[in-house]
Design a protein around this ligand. Structure first.
Ligand SMILES: [Ca+2]
Ligand SMILES: [Ca+2]
Length: 173
């Protein structure tokens, strides 16, 4: 990965122009918006299978401010940052660089990120839920769903901002 192109903090127009060119490449039918199919085609889970369409729809739903089931350029900037954060977290979690996350990696990193231990059965449930290939591991597209669900679930049930901030810190690892 050419990191300099993925730095969201890069100031000024060159970065925005770069994102615009990404957006235009993803927008294959030149409609000025990105739909689920276009986004799915553009994303890779590193597993030579189509990116999980449920994840794609979830992402569009999160960033589609106009409620049209498509992403406009301004939404895309935020979507892109979120994807970069997730990918950053994924790389941190995937300690053996196997391109997927196994139970031990998930357990270790969630403990680090949240600062306390999740129970063995809870980790088992998480892995089972997001393991679409039956290999006992989580790939990037499913990991995004795992992140969203953890963030929503845990933040809804506990002292919200503290845990949410801790979770966001996990992306900085
Ligand atoms: Ca389009
Ligand atoms: Ca791994």
């Amino acid at each position: 990965m050419q990191k300099k192109y993925f730095d969201i903090n890069m100031a000024g127009n060159p970065y925005k122009n770069y994102l615009l060119s990404v957006f235009q490449n993803v927008d294959q039918d030149r409609s000025g918006t990105i739909d689920a199919q276009e986004l799915q085609t553009a994303l890779s889970n590193g597993h030579f299978t189509p990116f999980n369409l449920d994840t794609v729809r979830l992402l569009i739903g999160m960033f589609d401010k106009a409620n049209r089931n498509v992403i406009m350029f301004e939404d895309f900037i935020h979507l892109w940052k979120f994807l970069l954060d997730c990918h950053h977290a994924f790389l941190s979690f995937d300690q053996d660089n196997s391109n997927n996350i196994n139970k031990e990696e998930l357990k270790t990193c969630l403990t680090t990120a949240f600062g306390y231990s999740f129970s063995e059965p809870f980790i088992d449930v998480l892995v089972q839920k997001f393991d679409r290939t039956g290999e006992g591991v989580i790939y990037f597209d499913d990991f995004i769903q795992c992140c969203i669900e953890l963030q929503d679930g845990i933040c809804a049930n506990c002292s919200q901002f503290k845990l949410k901030n801790r979770f966001l810190l996990a992306f900085e690892l």
